[in-house]
Ligand binder design. Sequence first.
Ligand SMILES: Nc1nc2c(ncn2[C@@H]2O[C@H](COP(=O)(O)OP(=O)(O)OP(=O)(O)O)[C@@H](O)[C@H]2O)c(=O)[nH]1
Ligand code: SF4
Ligand SMILES: [Mg+2]
Length: 399
Amino acid sequence: MNKLETPFANRKHIGIFGDTNAGKSTLFNQILNQDLSIVSDLHGTTTDPVIKGMELIPYGPVALIDTAGFGDVSVLGEERRKKTEKILERCDYVLYVIDITTADITKIEATIQYFKTTPYSLVFTKTDLVSGQEKIAGFSEKYPAAQFISQDDENAIISLKAHLVNELKKLGEDDGSMISGLLKPGDHVVLVIPIDSAAPKGRLILPQVTFIRNCLDEGVICTVTNEEHLSQTLSSLETVNLVVTDSQIFKTVSKIVPNNISLTSFSMLLARQKGDLSAMLSACDTIPQLKNGDKILMLEACTHNHTHEDIGRAKIPTLLQKNTGATLEFEYYVGYDFPKDLSKYKLAIHCGGCMITKKTILSRIEKCKNAGLPITNYGVILAYLSGISNRAAEVFQNE
Ligand SMILES: Nc1nc2c(ncn2[C@@H]2O[C@H](COP(=O)(O)OP(=O)(O)OP(=O)(O)O)[C@@H](O)[C@H]2O)c(=O)[nH]1
Ligand code: SF4
Ligand SMILES: [Mg+2]
């Protein structure tokens, strides 16, 4: 993906699921109009998920994912099934592919349960192999929104894409903007971005760029500065409705920004946009109860991010142990890995999640909530540990 393309975190994810040999990879290639995924009559051909960004016209950029089939009962199949489940957590929409020649309503109904709350469409494939229209009519009556396709029927793919566009539109345009409900057209916001050794060379990071773009889209005036020039910037402006800073320098910035001006951090805005800010703030109430030996689950979405290694592996553990006076055990899960047993942890701390979809973060929050495990994120806990979470959360208090 080149730099001009929409990042995967900002694309709706569409997963293609179904039994082995149902025609998932064939459909994946048909939608993309490219032979990217291997197609064969052997069951279990697709072993690892294949993900590809595409423009779904007229909807916009999406990510399409081909998965390993459900029906693989080999030992390796168990591993693949787990991978497929993880993919489901990332997906905003499911295309459930069913080979019409072997379709069975009991099985279809059971599989639909597996998708839980993720919206889905049924796609019956291989309609060229059924003689007469009876079978198609039967399923069409039972599932009126179902799509019927075959590998040589281009029109069926065109209408499937149109159906998908409509379905995605129903989900809402995107994850919402970082400033919705906080700022209105004509408001003035000041962004404080430290340019230190952790800042990437010659560019801004994704949440900063997204924030600026959101301001432009919503008619909010935005001034960008660093902590050194913040004081000068504030005194040169007539009105400032909000200051947003990188959480790393919140304390410094908090001293400079007068109390009558609202102040928050990118991490708070990101937690609000992509997750559940109030759950993440209240998870911090657990901190005073932490004791020696308690286990903390650390979730980092990217495998190689040295800045975060520093925050997640050094800064937060040091501050948290200093704050609680307890020796804690930190367990790290990186990428899309997620522990099965959450009962052993006292607190979960997620990274900012800027590179992953809202759906992924919400799935994780849901799992933690179901297990009674409080979950917060790097930015929110850093604000709490620096004693500034009250000020940083003030701007959201009426929500
Ligand atoms: N006749 C016919 N064959 C199809 C159709 N779609 C797929 N097939 C064939 O079905 C077989 C399986 O197709 P794949 O697309 O590899 O199926 P898959 O669901 O990705 O299978 P796994 O990766 O093994 O889970 C291949 O031999 C395809 O050529 C179709 O519409 N009609
Ligand atoms: S906050 Fe998480 S998703 Fe964003 S760059 Fe860091 S590790 Fe990756
Ligand atoms: Mg396949």
